[in-house]
Design a binder for this molecule. Structure first.
Ligand code: HEM
Length: 404
């Protein structure tokens, strides 16, 4: 195909930060995909990638599509491995923690996560059994991932409210906001980043003196860790602490909503727990939490989907669109529990793929399993709203016992 110039390509001015895009982005994403695999956003000055094929291509080709210089670097800092395209350096740092997030490490962690789930779920279940409604977002979805990552990092429970506060402020989306709004959000975000950095610095200092069985100590006393300055170490720890917090909370919320609204699926899962893994994967495909992933073109012009992208061009991969790409998924707008298994892009792909995906999946399976054990007939009891397109989940998640 002959590559088109920017002025000749499909274009849009769609407000990606609107409430409508957060609530129900699917018709608009469908329309963008119909326009083409690569669509120019005239006001954001960036390319939107709409297909599964082209999104995969970009996320895998780190030589041509870099994270460096994007909003990822702005949020996490250039010394966090999530922002690095120097594969060797990235892998050295990521590998320091990789074992903890693989099957064996997680199997050892599972009983402790199960105990946290049981503790959090007990209060919810008590209310439901008393015939009251319960807030799963505040009771389970939000605290669970923070308590789990705190456990892994050896952070004491009394610090958790601060961690949640800093992490929530860091999660406020800025990428698609008007400049005036973005400035205000950015300043709150920077204050949160500094607060968290100071706290993490105190952990580094303590673990340097006395190592514990936790991921801060693992980094501090590792060979790659010893080569980092303290501010560089803080960036890597902050990334680890933050990346799995809001994301997992929103994924859990989405799972409870999908099953709470679908008694037929809830019943199948309650009867056959072996289906939960695939059922949760389908939630991630159908309603991905991370709706946008950004990159920048590096190393000269490159043709993608019939369009020439120039050096330095900014790119947003629309994961929500890719995950509903009809060339990959039959009947993509339908939640299908029995869909043939195919990896979707909800946890990314390529060497920046999610380090904590198996942990997030484990938390989700234990949480839904615990609720199905105690109150299999739960239902969504109040309206909810979606947060944003880029980090998307329903809030609040109020549930009740379904007497229907
Ligand atoms: C449902 C929950 C989660 C979702 C949807 C999610 C999604 C993602 C996505 C899409 C990426 C790729 C970003 C890119 O390519 O630019 C990513 C990377 C990452 N995630 Fe997650 N994530 C989740 C949970 C977690 C958890 C629990 C942790 C750790 C405790 C974690 C740690 C990371 C890290 C460190 C990276 C960067 C990996 C690298 O650059 O090598 N995530 N995540």
């Amino acid at each position: 195909m002959i590559a088109a110039a920017k002025t000749e390509t499909p274009a849009t001015r769609l407000d990606l930060a609107s409430d409508a895009m957060a609530e129900n982005p699917w018709p608009q994403l469908h329309q963008l995909r119909e326009q083409g695999p690569v669509v120019w956003h005239e006001t954001l000055n960036r390319w939107l990638i709409t297909t599964d094929h082209d999104t995969r291509k970009m996320l895998i080709d780190f030589g041509r599509f870099t994270v460096e210089g994007t909003s990822v670097e702005d949020l996490f800092g250039s010394d966090a491995f999530i922002s690095m395209d120097d594969r060797k350096r990235h892998d050295q740092l990521r590998n320091v923690w990789a074992d903890a997030f693989r099957a064996r490490g997680l199997a050892a962690l599972q009983p402790q996560v199960q105990a946290i789930v049981a503790r959090l779920m007990a209060l919810v279940v008590e209310r439901l059994r008393d015939g009251e409604t319960a807030d799963l977002s505040a009771g389970v979805c939000r605290p669970l991932p923070t308590m789990v990552i705190a456990l892994l990092m050896g952070i004491p429970e009394e610090a958790i409210p601060d961690i949640v506060r800093w992490s929530d402020a860091m999660a406020a989306p800025v990428t698609y906001l008007a400049e005036a709004q973005a400035i205000a959000v950015r300043s709150t975000r920077e204050a949160a980043k500094s607060g968290l950095a100071a706290y993490l610095q105190s952990l580094i200092t303590a673990r340097r003196k006395q190592a514990g069985d936790d991921l801060v100590s693992t980094l501090v006393h590792s060979e790659p860790g010893r080569q980092l300055s303290d501010p560089q170490m803080v960036q890597n720890l902050r990334q680890l602490l933050f990346a799995g917090n809001e994301t997992t909370a929103k994924f859990l919320a989405q799972i409870f909503v999908v099953y709470g609204e679908r008694p037929e699926i809830r019943r199948v899962l309650a009867a056959d727990r072996s289906l939960i893994t695939a059922a949760n994967d389908e939630v991630m495909r159908w309603q991905p939490t991370v709706g946008t992933v950004v990159r920048r073109v590096r190393g000269g012009p490159i043709e993608v989907g019939g369009v020439v992208l120039a050096e330095g061009d900014d790119i947003t991969c629309l994961i929500g669109s890719a995950n509903r790409d009809p060339t990959r998924y039959a009947d993509p707008d339908t939640y299908d529990l029995h869909r043939p298994p195919q990896p979707n892009l909800g946890f990314g792909v390529g060497f920046h793929n999610c380090l904590g995906s198996m942990l997030a999946k484990m938390e989700a399976e234990l949480a839904i399993g615990a609720l199905l054990d105690a109150v299999p007939e739960f239902t969504v009891a109040a309206p909810y709203r979606y947060s944003s397109l880029s980090l998307r989940g329903p809030l609040p998640v109020m549930v009740a016992r379904d007497h229907g």
